[in-house]
Design a protein around this ligand. Structure first.
Ligand SMILES: NC(=O)c1ccc[n+]([C@@H]2O[C@H](COP(=O)([O-])OP(=O)(O)OC[C@H]3O[C@@H](n4cnc5c(N)ncnc54)[C@H](OP(=O)(O)O)[C@@H]3O)[C@@H](O)[C@H]2O)c1
Length: 235
């Protein structure tokens, strides 16, 4: 039985706090890089211990650790946390990691993709089996957030949410062609898919209906939806 959790990462990681408490699990510690902010945030959130060193984790004997640091650090952290089950924020290993980064782990890792818990995604999951075989997927993700990611990072930060949902329903994604940094052709469990992930047009602009992004295949336009087209969502 999981009773004690520890959080690593003081920003998005705090989202896990409410979920643990709702599930009756005590959050016994918060770990970050710098003493002052970690101590302050732990105090504000009613978390009894503020930590800055991995060696301090064992003293708190957590049953489960939430890892919510930037993706580039996940591989290192997962190896350091090899004795604990981990809920790791997406994207699991980011752009630079490889599955070999997990080689030393013996405990399970679960990756948090929130899309499947949206009401719209639940509805989609419910009606999908009633529609017959899926013939084609068209996924369009539009982002407008004050963050400076490369197009590749945006795929991981934004499109990975609905892609994870689709992959669980239809099967493993395989890349077929790269049309531009924003548009890909792929298959999902063998089903052809046109995938788009690019900046949202300014409000009121014509490109809001799909005209302004070079390299986007017509099938990914919001106007030509396939049977499955989850919309954009937050990180
Ligand atoms: N599921 C979702 O919808 C969703 C939404 C947003 C984010 N996320 C994911 O959550 C993760 C964290 O995102 P974020 O926006 O919270 O990131 P962030 O603000 O850049 O960093 C989160 C925390 O990690 C600390 N940190 C940075 N590098 C570290 C390292 N090497 N070791 C230990 N701590 C380190 C930061 O400390 P400093 O303040 O000292 O830098 C900060 O407290 C990412 O994987 C992101 O993709 C998921």
């Amino acid at each position: 039985m999981m009773r004690r959790a520890l959080l690593i990462g003081c920003n998005w990681g705090l989202v896990h706090l409410g979920a643990y408490r709702q599930a009756g699990i005590d959050v016994v510690g918060l770990l970050g890089r710098h003493e002052e902010p970690v101590a302050r945030i732990a105090r504000q959130q009613g978390i009894p211990h503020a930590l800055t060193r991995v060696e301090e984790i064992a003293e708190l004997a957590p049953d489960l650790v939430s890892l919510a640091t930037p993706a580039v650090s996940h591989g290192d952290w997962l190896n350091r946390l090899s004795d604990y089950p981990v809920i790791c924020e997406k994207p699991l290993l980011g752009l630079t990691g490889s599955p070999a980064d997990l080689a030393e782990r013996t405990q399970p890792v679960w990756v948090n993709y929130a899309f499947a818990f949206l009401d719209s995604a639940r509805l989609l999951a419910q009606i999908l089996p009633t529609l017959g075989p899926v013939q084609r997927v068209s996924l369009a993700c539009h982002y407008r957030l004050p963050l400076t990611f490369t197009p590749a990072q945006w795929w991981l930060e934004v499109a990975s949410h609905p892609l994870s949902f689709l992959a669980h329903r239809l099967g493993e994604p395989r890349l077929a062609a790269v049309h531009s940094p924003y548009a890909l052709s792929a298959t999902l469990g063998g089903v052809p898919a046109e995938l788009y992930c690019g900046p949202a047009a300014a409000p009121g602009s014509l490109s809001a209906v799909g005209a302004a992004h070079p390299g986007r295949p017509a099938a990914a336009s919001p106007a030509t939806t396939g049977p499955v087209r989850p919309g954009a969502m937050s990180r």
